[in-house]
Design a binder for this molecule. Structure first.
Ligand SMILES: *[C@@H]1O[C@H](CO)[C@@H](O)[C@H](O)[C@H]1NC(C)=O
Ligand SMILES: *[C@@H]1O[C@H](CO)[C@@H](O)[C@H](O)[C@H]1NC(C)=O
Ligand SMILES: *[C@@H]1O[C@H](CO)[C@@H](O)[C@H](O)[C@H]1NC(C)=O
Ligand SMILES: *[C@@H]1O[C@H](CO)[C@@H](O)[C@H](O)[C@H]1NC(C)=O
Ligand SMILES: *[C@@H]1O[C@H](CO)[C@@H](O)[C@H](O)[C@H]1NC(C)=O
Ligand SMILES: *[C@@H]1O[C@H](CO)[C@@H](O)[C@H](O)[C@H]1NC(C)=O
Ligand SMILES: *[C@@H]1O[C@H](CO)[C@@H](O)[C@H](O)[C@H]1NC(C)=O
Length: 679
């Protein structure tokens, strides 16, 4: 009797359990995916958050003291049977800072309410406030992506970290932002570098393991090893129903914080993959001052470059004529121009321009490594000797062009300063130095003095790295030629002007020779400048720097990187395009690939790069592909055309002395099919 009663109770309990779990599995599991937020009626925005027309979720713009929230409207069941429900989320964010030192960061949030308790801007990221830090009735869990080191208050290790916050902005776990490659390398990632970064947060309710992983969209697929992997009990934090979303805040330091895509799932399965090819675009940092009316603003945008040029030209003339009144006259435009940094700050950053911080020196001046006090950012500071008009002209060219551009493959000009004879340009520090040193080592350092890192013994670049670098530089050039508001001809594309970040991602630098002109306008003639071996033959005839002359220089770079040889060998004088072509003519084009790679390269890709290098090195400018076509070839969106004809000038394309005899009829014609041989 008694045993059958136990049985019955057991049976009822089992039905209850079954019933419960059935109920839960019907109602509890959530699975969302936003590839952009154009259609997101379920997203509730508050504060400075808004959805831009292109579909990006902007949590804050770069105004001061903002706070933006975006929450999924319905609560998610976070606790079931007294255990936290497993969840998995993936999202792509982008933090864009104008000038140097933005703030303060963004966070993925799981909270008991869509209105966060005591939410405060600045270092509190819109999550909590000074008075309720650490209070267990907050019920706030967050993974923060923090770009400012709060002074002392929050125990933060640096101004670029990922942290796990439990009811408190003093992170329970925190790591400098970065990811691990499969071979165990620790690669740091700058959160506010205007690059799209994907983050994954996974929690296993049964083992209580929380994993956080990040990786730039451009350089890596999901790393296998998480940045943070910890046992954390979320049960005290979570209530039965929790809201999921994002928060970001600015303070005196400000950045625009964007979420581009978001996927979230509970119940144990991994969040759905985000379609990275469909990410919404993020607006370029605005140029005009905010007080103008819209009409004036439109006029201003179109004429801002002309105006700046005129202003700078006037300032330049005045500077030349009357050094005594120079400081006062320049003050106005200096104030008008963004990113001006106080001399004192740069002086302190480099500890008084001490020689120990010298990264390089050359005819133009010196480059120092420094740390900006305010933001803790490591920067490279170029100090130009202004005792020549050339120095001043290049300085103005860089501030006027690079200062207003932003692209992940262009060096980031953080600011500038002019004080008497000292002209200073402040760039993001590129820890891996120049491509040149990686290809040829320091001993060959003809790029001496360019801004570069104090790279230790540079390891041989793998083929994959080389291909990634070439793609990056190509994409930077497409931006300069076609995507920016004006056409920018760089005029000095070469290996020593390609700088490598911590993850070896390339940025094209040194805009001292750059020329700007309107789309569709004919470039003016200029003094012929550039570097031997990278200069298109027609330059000596027309003296016009064009997009095609940049393409020629990029062709030389393609061959140089693939072959590990200089465009013109400094010792033997061998001309690289001709040398590669000769290999092609002998039917073994890929033999031209850098022998130090010892055969470790993708033969198909190597053939493509060499072929492209030859296409770009043709002496007839109209026969070269555009940078956009180059990108399409490199991305495999266009096919090599073997029947195309490569035309070289055999009359010493790079030899100034041969100018009078350089005629198109002296060109040597070959079919590419015969060059590619053995396909
Ligand atoms: C927006 O935030 C304010 C202040 O934090 C709060 O009072 C309000 O209820 C929020 N509105 C929504 C729709 O969440
Ligand atoms: C930035 O956002 C704030 C709050 O939404 C808004 O008031 C301000 O006008 C915005 N500023 C710019 C420059 O768009
Ligand atoms: C925690 O917050 C609750 C609700 O806001 C408040 O009543 C309580 O006093 C706070 N506790 C502490 C220690 O501040
Ligand atoms: C900050 O960190 C130190 C050492 O890790 C620790 O002793 C201290 O309690 C922490 N402070 C706060 C507010 O968590
Ligand atoms: C992290 O949280 C756990 C409780 O989940 C606590 O025991 C531990 O002290 C916390 N560590 C830090 C550094 O705050
Ligand atoms: C990764 O590198 C950073 C410095 O770049 C260092 O602070 C951090 O501790 C490293 N992380 C691990 C797990 O080694
Ligand atoms: C967390 O990462 C570890 C190590 O990669 C892995 O074994 C574990 O399955 C991960 N857990 C979750 C919940 O993703």
């Amino acid at each position: 009797m008694s045993s059958s009663r136990v049985c019955l109770i057991g049976y009822l309990a089992m039905i209850g359990l079954l019933h419960n779990s059935l109920l839960y599995s019907v109602t509890a599991d959530v699975d969302l995916l936003y590839n952009g937020f154009q259609h997101a009626p379920d997203l509730i925005l508050n504060g400075s958050a808004s959805i831009l027309r292109g579909g990006a979720l902007q949590l804050t713009n770069d105004s001061n003291n903002l706070m933006g929230h975006a929450f999924f409207n319905s609560p998610v069941q976070a606790v079931s049977d007294n255990a936290v429900v497993s969840f998995s989320t993936a999202f792509v964010f982008d933090i864009v800072t104008v000038g140097q030192g933005g703030g303060h960061g963004l966070a993925f949030v799981v909270a008991a309410s869509k209105v966060l308790p005591g939410a405060t801007a600045e270092q509190y990221l819109g999550l909590l406030g000074k008075n309720n830090q650490g209070n267990s009735s907050n019920h706030v869990f967050a993974v923060e992506f923090d770009t400012v080191q709060a002074n002392g208050l929050l125990n933060e290790t640096n101004g670029n970290h990922v942290g796990v916050d439990l009811n408190s902005l003093v992170s329970n776990v925190s790591e400098p932002a970065g990811f691990f490659t499969d071979d165990g390398k620790n690669i740091s990632v700058t959160l506010e570098s205007a690059q799209r970064i994907q983050a994954w947060v996974d929690y296993d309710g049964s083992t209580k393991v929380l994993n956080v992983t990040i990786a730039p969209v451009s350089v890596a697929s999901r790393p296998h090893r998480p940045l943070i992997s910890r046992v954390i009990d979320l049960l005290p934090i979570f209530k039965q129903d929790m809201y999921i979303g994002f928060s970001a805040a600015t303070g005196k330091l400000a950045s625009s914080h964007y979420i581009l895509a978001w996927s979230f799932r509970t119940g144990g399965a991994a969040a759905q993959a985000i379609d990275l090819s469909r990410l919404p675009k993020v607006p370029k940092p605005p140029a005009p001052p905010p007080s103008m009316s819209t009409v004036i603003r439109i006029v201003a945008v179109s004429s801002v470059v002309t105006l700046t040029t005129i202003l700078l030209a006037i300032a330049f003339t005045l500077w030349l004529r009357r050094r005594a009144v120079l400081a006062e006259k320049l003050e106005e435009w200096e104030l008008d121009h963004p990113h001006r940094l106080p001399y004192k700050e740069l002086y302190k950053a480099t500890k008084g321009f001490k020689n120990s911080g010298l990264l390089g020196a050359g005819g133009f001046g010196q480059v120092y490594k420094g740390v900006l006090r305010r933001s803790g950012d490591v920067v490279a500071i170029k100090r130009i000797s202004s005792n020549g008009t050339q120095g001043m002209r290049e300085f103005v060219a860089e501030v006027a062009s690079l200062g207003r551009m932003r692209h992940r493959n262009l060096v980031d000009l953080r600011g500038w300063c002019k004080r008497g004879q000292d002209l200073l340009l402040v760039y993001e520090f590129m820890p891996n130095g120049s491509l040149d040193t990686h290809l040829f080592g320091d001993r060959a350092g003809t790029g001496a003095g360019k801004h570069r890192g104090s790279s230790p013994a540079a390891a041989l670049l793998t083929w994959e790295q080389r291909a990634m670098i070439l793609r990056g530089v190509a994409s930077g050039l497409v931006y300069l030629h076609e995507e920016w508001e004006q056409v920018v001809v760089h005029r000095d594309v070469k290996a020593s002007n390609v700088l490598l970040g911590a993850d070896m991602a390339p940025r094209l630098g040194d805009f001292g020779l750059a020329r700007l002109y309107e789309h569709g306008a004919a470039p003016a003639t200029t003094r012929v400048v550039g570097t031997l071996g990278y200069m298109a033959p027609e330059l000596t005839v027309t003296a016009r720097a064009t997009k095609e002359t940049d393409v020629f220089a990029f062709g030389a770079l393609l061959l140089e990187v693939a072959c590990g040889r200089r465009p013109i060998d400094p010792v033997t004088g061998v001309n690289l395009p001709r040398w590669v072509r000769d290999h092609g003519a002998r039917g073994n084009l890929v033999r031209a690939v850098d022998e130090r790679l010892d055969g470790r390269y993708d033969e198909e890709e190597a053939r493509l790069v060499l072929w492209l290098g030859l296409m770009c090195s043709q002496s007839r400018p109209e026969a070269r592909p555009s940078m956009r076509q180059v990108c399409q070839y490199l991305d495999g969106e266009a096919e090599m055309q073997e029947e195309a004809v490569v035309v070289f000038s055999d009359a010493g394309s790079f030899d100034f002395a041969s100018l009078p005899t350089l005629t198109w009829s002296s060109c040597n014609t070959m079919s590419v099919g015969s060059l590619l041989g053995g396909r």
